[in-house]
Design a protein around this ligand. Structure first.
Ligand SMILES: Cc1ncc(COP(=O)(O)O)c(C=O)c1O
Length: 444
């Protein structure tokens, strides 16, 4: 087998035969597109085609690709200390990123656990909640409550709090812990809390609170499970009930954190505090994997009072210095930059340019919040087919289920954004034009 070490040649045959991609089959390969470089908001394919990126690489690359500040910070760190174990050792890159996280998040969040990825940050948050109640002599509080249509990651505990129908519960049988599910919030972002939601929340707490260690929820935006936004008043009510019934509140800001919905953290729309907070994705500006779980002094003290006496988690690459240096550079760019103005300009433009999609008969709904624009179709789409249509239009948009959506880098310019929104409308319209719904229903 010929091995090429140039990074402009893509060995598609090897890839198809040997390499898993997310959610793919090894016998029925889906098309993949070879990317050789990325700059700003553009991805360059091996064919030489340049695509405008509407995904921020699964919502992480908020400053765009190859940002000189992040690259310089990583290059400096790489030569000084790219990795060292975190057990019994500390280093300034971990301290710097943690200082910023403590300072940026609500005042009650004082303790930082540096995790490897979003799913692991969620695992850590759930373990923190369980150990906390052991330390507070309520070991019966072992279940987690959450809302339907959520998404929190692909590891086992994270899967257990993903949507029970759309998630992966049935595929892994009894290995996925049975948690308590509340109906998904129905009060929309700009609406007050409706009675349906109030009743569902109150019933769930009064029925289950004795067994419940924590509620976990994606604040304001249900991402991969629904691509929808709900009322800040829902979070206010949830916080009140958690306090009333002695239940911890875990906010999963892995998708929403660092400006995506127009506030630095989505919980700011509701002006509430979490007991435990998960961040990831945009933490490093999308340059390398890193996530974090923050908690309050009270949670940390409860864990320390538990029979184990320590928090029981410690992965090999915890606090990786290279990732911490990237994160610190990315957070400084955010803190010193004009992300707020960028995100609000994206929001205005998305609202203007996507509005007309609602007239397409195959479109169910159009919604925008911050730098998130969603066209929800009536039926599930054929993602691979639509992906190809987007590539032909010179953009990178990756639809799933019924959602044709974008979450572009904050640095995208108006002309690039118009290319993305035009492509979304054109592709959504082509589904209508085909006159054949079946053609686009995903069987995957
Ligand atoms: C809200 C939320 N939580 C957790 C995760 C899991 O993160 P990761 O894919 O880094 O494990 C995701 C990923 O999309 C997410 O959107």
């Amino acid at each position: 087998m010929a091995l090429s070490n140039t990074n402009t040649t893509i060995d598609y045959a090897f890839d198809a035969r040997h390499i898993w991609h997310p959610y793919t089959s090894m016998t029925q390969a889906l098309p993949v597109y070879g990317v050789v470089s990325a700059q700003g908001c553009e991805l360059t394919l091996d064919s030489g085609e340049v695509l405008i990126d509407g995904t921020s690489s699964w919502w992480s690359c908020v400053h765009g690709y190859s940002h000189p500040t992040i690259l310089a910070a990583m290059q400096k760190q790489l030569t000084q200390l790219s990795h060292v174990m975190f057990g019994g050792i500390t280093h300034q890159p971990a301290i710097e990123v943690s200082k910023r996280l403590v300072q940026m998040t609500s005042a009650n969040l004082t303790k930082v656990f540096l995790a490897d990825s979003g799913s692991i940050a969620v695992e850590v948050a759930l373990k923190m909640a369980l150990q906390y109640w052991q330390g507070r002599n309520k070991p019966q509080k072992q279940r987690i409550m959450t809302v339907k249509s959520g998404y929190h990651g692909d590891t086992f505990a994270a899967m257990s709090v993903c949507d029970p129908d759309g998630g992966m519960h049935t595929m892994f049988g009894n290995n996925v812990t049975k948690q308590v599910f509340i109906p998904a919030p129905t009060s929309k972002f700009n609406e007050p809390l409706n009675q349906t939601d109030i009743t569902a929340l109150e019933n769930a707490f009064s029925q289950h609170h004795q067994d419940i260690a924590a509620v976990i929820i994606e604040p304001i935006m249900q991402g991969a499970g629904a691509m929808r936004f709900y009322s800040p008043a829902y979070l206010v009510k949830l916080r009140l009930l958690c306090d009333q019934y002695n239940v911890l509140l875990i906010l999963d800001e892995i998708a929403t954190g660092f400006g995506r919905t127009g506030t630095l953290f989505a919980y700011e729309h509701a002006n509430i505090e979490a007991d435990i907070l998960c961040v990831g994705k945009a933490l490093t500006g999308g340059y390398i994997s890193l996530a974090a779980t923050l908690c309050s002094d009270e949670v940390a003290n409860g864990i320390s009072d538990s029979p184990a006496g320590v928090f029981m988690h410690g992965p090999t690459f915890m606090g990786n210095p290279l990732a911490c240096a990237a994160a610190t550079a990315s957070l400084d760019l955010l803190l010193q930059g004009d992300w707020q103005q960028q995100v609000s300009a994206i929001e205005v433009q998305l609202k203007q340019e996507l509005a007309r999609a609602i007239d397409l008969t195959q479109v169910q709904d159009v919604r925008v919040l911050g730098a998130v624009g969603v066209i929800e179709m009536v039926n599930n789409v054929n993602a691979a087919q639509l992906q190809q249509a987007f590539v032909e239009l010179g953009v990178w948009v990756r639809p799933f289920n019924k959602y044709i959506y974008i979450m572009p880098p904050y640095t995208i310019n108006a002309a690039q954004l118009t290319r993305l929104t035009s492509a979304m409308i054109s592709v959504a319209g082509s589904i209508e034009d085909s006159g054949n719904k079946q053609q686009f229903i995903s069987h995957g």
